[in-house]
Design a binder for this molecule. Structure first.
Ligand SMILES: *[C@@H]1O[C@H](CO)[C@@H](O)[C@H](O)[C@H]1NC(C)=O
Ligand SMILES: *[C@@H]1O[C@H](CO)[C@@H](O)[C@H](O)[C@H]1NC(C)=O
Length: 468
């Protein structure tokens, strides 16, 4: 074999090569190494700074997916200037990973305080509703008597947080602050066990838990019958929102909604996040967040789930297997993912819904976006942007604002001044003597002046309460 007994001429060749290489100055090697490293990082982090530079930071346009006969698109979305301009990323954050990581570790959130309302659900659960009104963010602390908040027709925007987020998360603070700044009332509907409140019932929230959203929406509608209700869901909150809208169809007092960076299909999302090395980093980080949440409520999780399993969970899937599916009483994790995916509910959404997603979202993959279903439902407009990361979309040289926050607010503003806001329809009493076949569900009679009146005595769920 040649390797065992190299001929003298071969070893001489290597010797000469080695001598030659040793003549090259050390810093040249360093330079090559650095270049390779930068090239690797540039690709690994999906940095697009050079592309942005060559295009003069002109930004990426928004692509729309909608049914060609969608009034929502033609009458509302087409009038939204922000959606119809381009999104230019903050130059030093020109990577989905840099954006997402920066959002979660720094985020540049605005400074303000929420007013907390503790809300008890019919099953005894506790939710922290964190309110912000324009007087809280006007910077005018002495503004004692606020006229705007007293106006009964001021819209209320309900925010549903993502998986391990609550009202203190930077992206929700951006959203809450800027929405309140427009003069609207904002309330973050924190998930059970989040925002520092204890768990007080054996019902836990999960990615498909729509009951709390339904309860809060109906409660707020009952308390403020004249105020248009809007809902903005983010990430898992967007999945919950779309599932809720699909489940309830026409029978919701929500006038319009925005779903931002939804995972859509939890099964695909699960496969995606455990596939590539860079995604596993997010998987682990999110699992850590879930473990922190579980630790806050250890007695409950120890009793209802597998505590040892929770402690050693390194991925969302493991956590869901040892905790979420057990508490939620799903046979397997995949059953849980299948049942809780919002993509199957898209077809039943019956109110104006804008969906915003980034194509480079490193957590919620575009593979899961139900393009065809969105195209088939004329109540939905899907806006996708090439860059943005997960819930980030930073813009400006100081990364002081989030593009999707502005886009969502403008959409709701235009919708609010249009004729396309959803109104819960008046439905005739399910009177068997008359045409019972027409009545499909809602038990509410919306009269001409917008007041809601009670109609019958058969609420199927707690949410479908009668109004007096
Ligand atoms: C658009 O909606 C109509 C019904 O409203 C439907 O028949 C049609 O297939 C939809 N278009 C697409 C591309 O899905
Ligand atoms: C709804 O209520 C109004 C007044 O309360 C009543 O005049 C109207 O007939 C009701 N509509 C239906 C469909 O029952």
């Amino acid at each position: 074999m040649e390797l065992e007994a190299p001929s003298t001429s071969t070893s001489n060749g290597y010797l000469i090569l080695l001598q030659g290489l040793s003549l090259i100055p050390f810093w040249h090697y360093l330079l090559i190494l650095t270049t390779v490293l930068i090239y690797f990082l540039y690709n690994f982090l999906e940095i697009h700074f050079l592309e942005d530079l060559f295009s003069g930071f002109s930004g990426s346009p928004v692509e729309f997916t909608f049914n060609s006969s969608s009034q929502l698109y033609h009458a509302v979305v087409s009038k939204c200037r922000i959606l119809h301009s381009t999104y230019s990323v903050t130059p030093w954050l020109s990577s989905p990973h840099l954006q997402t990581v920066f959002l979660n570790f720094f985020g540049n959130p605005p400074v303000f305080k929420y007013k907390r309302q503790l809300f008890t659900t019919p099953d005894g659960g506790t939710l922290a509703l964190d309110w912000v009104t324009s007087s809280d963010v006007s910077g005018n602390a002495l503004n004692v008597d606020n006229v705007v908040t007293k106006d009964e027709s001021t819209p209320i925007v309900i925010l549903i947080p993502g998986l391990t987020s609550d009202s203190s998360s930077p992206y929700l603070k951006h959203l809450a602050y800027h929405t309140a700044k427009r003069g609207w009332k904002v309330v973050v509907s924190n998930h059970r066990g989040f925002g520092g409140v204890p768990i007080t019932s054996d019902c836990f929230y999960n990615s498909g838990w729509t009951e709390d959203t339904r309860t809060v929406v109906n409660y707020l509608h009952k308390e403020n019958p004249r105020a248009p209700l809007f809902v903005i869901g983010t990430s898992i909150g967007a999945n919950i929102l779309v599932k809720y809208l699909g489940e309830d169809g026409e029978n919701t007092p929500v006038a319009g909604a925005v779903a931002v960076c939804s995972p859509w299909d939890l099964l695909i999302a699960d496969r995606f996040i455990s596939r590539a090395r860079v995604q596993k980093f997010y998987d682990k980080a999110l699992a850590g967040g879930l473990q922190d949440y579980a630790k806050l409520h250890q007695p409950h999780f120890s009793r209802l789930a597998n505590w040892e399993g929770i402690e050693k969970s390194l991925s969302i899937r493991e956590f869901d297997d040892y905790a979420t599916r057990m508490v939620g009483k799903y046979e397997t994790v995949d059953t849980y993912y299948r049942r809780c995916s919002s993509s199957t509910y898209v077809q039943s959404v019956s109110i104006p819904l804008l969906c915003i997603s980034a194509v480079d979202d490193p957590v919620c993959t575009t593979e899961a976006i139900p393009w065809d279903e969105c195209r088939a439902n004329k109540n939905i407009v899907l806006a996708t942007v090439k860059h943005g990361g997960h819930l980030a979309f930073f813009e400006g040289i100081t990364a002081s604002s989030l593009w999707w926050v502005r886009a969502a607010n403008e959409f709701l503003d235009v919708l609010h001044s249009s004729h396309y806001m959803h109104e819960q329809k008046k439905i005739s009493t399910p009177n068997t003597l008359l045409d019972s076949s027409i009545d499909q569900g809602p038990y509410i009679n919306l009269t001409g002046d917008g007041m809601v009146a009670a109609l019958n005595n058969e609420p199927t769920t707690d949410s479908q309460k009668k109004y007096r």
